[in-house]
Design a protein around this ligand. Structure first.
Ligand code: AMP
Ligand code: ZN
Length: 308
């Protein structure tokens, strides 16, 4: 499939989803409302993740989809992905500035110039609030920590591909501990992820991956991530067989976050971290693609996995 074919296949699937009412357009690419049926699939899949991971006893944390700007700055996200970040700006002027804002608005000029940065930034990945939070608690207990998060995430990557949204939800488990604890966790989830997604009757493949790091320095980071197998993705074809979509990801950050926030293991070493991320909308889109738009007509085994 050529580049153009794959874009038109994405657009065609988006149009089908909108026509079926599963996605509700807002006039912005990558920003959608979802129907009750879409949400039900997201909720059932979220529950399925808990079926597979719940017995591990992770500590549940739920954050709003925004991050303390200070944490964001410390995370070095801007070094790697300045093009994806979303900052929250707000009006901070006096009455005169307000009048000028309204005038610009009326005249169709750019009124956003005078908006100033607030203390909050959009969450780029659900695990970001966790590392500084864990760091603030002091050294890790012997068996490290395991955290369960779920959040809307923002990435500025407008696209016609319905699987590439600007605001989407990510469920994650995050492991913080010694290198052995963290590698064990990732191995476990690579196995579980394959089995769990297999039970949903979708074709899948797991492969090494790399993130879209920005710029020339980014190419090196990307290659390093791939060569060292720091990231794996579970891929499911949605709009293309040749370019299947990453629906789950398995990340090993080595001691990157441990260093940034000075997270120490019980024996004083720098903590390592890993996370497994479940892309809620992508999984729903994959299920609708392979089993049809009406969940009542999905294969019985898949219905029973999701609805019990
Ligand atoms: P990442 O941090 O890029 O590995 O993302 C974690 C998971 O979130 C991926 O495996 C995808 O399932 C999902 N995801 C990432 N980017 C997007 C996006 N733009 N739209 C929808 N889902 C996404
Ligand atoms: Zn993560």
């Amino acid at each position: 499939m050529s580049m153009i074919d794959s874009v038109s296949a994405q657009e065609a699937y988006r149009d089908e989803l909108v026509a079926a009412g599963l996605l509700i357009p807002t006039g912005v690419d990558g920003l959608y409302g979802r129907s009750g049926m879409f949400e039900e699939v997201v909720e059932r899949f979220d529950a399925l993740v808990t079926v597979w991971g719940g017995a591990d006893g992770a500590e549940v944390m739920r954050f709003p989809p925004a991050l303390n700007r200070k944490y964001f700055e410390e995370s070095e996200y801007l070094k790697s992905f300045p093009h994806l970040a979303g900052t929250i700006h707000s009006f901070k002027g006096d009455e005169r500035a307000h009048r000028s804002l309204l005038r610009k608005l009326e005249e169709g000029q750019d009124w956003t110039e005078e908006q100033v940065a607030t203390d909050v930034v959009m969450t780029p990945a659900a695990c970001y609030p966790v590392y500084p939070t864990v760091a603030a608690r002091g050294p890790l207990p012997e068996d490290g920590r395991l955290i369960d998060v779920f959040s809307y995430c923002f990435r500025h990557e407008p696209s016609l591909d319905p699987a590439r949204m600007q605001l989407f939800r990510m469920r994650e488990y995050i492991r913080v501990g010694t290198p052995d604890q963290v590698m064990d966790f990732r191995e476990t989830w690579l196995r579980r992820g394959r089995e769990m997604m297999g039970s949903l009757g979708v074709p899948l493949d797991i492969d090494v991956a790399n993130d879209p790091f920005f710029g020339r320095a980014g190419t090196m980071l990307s290659n390093n991530q791939r060569d060292q197998k720091l990231k794996f993705e579970l891929l499911i074809p949605i709009t293309s067989e040749e370019k299947p979509t990453a629906c789950l990801s398995f990340n090993y950050h080595q001691d990157h976050f441990g260093h940034l926030w000075d997270i120490k293991t019980a024996d004083g070493g720098v903590a390592h971290t890993a996370c497994v991320g479940f892309g809620m909308e992508r999984v729903a889109l994959a299920l609708f693609r392979h089993h049809g738009f009406d969940v009542a007509r999905w294969p019985a085994p898949v219905r029973s996995v999701l609805w019990g």
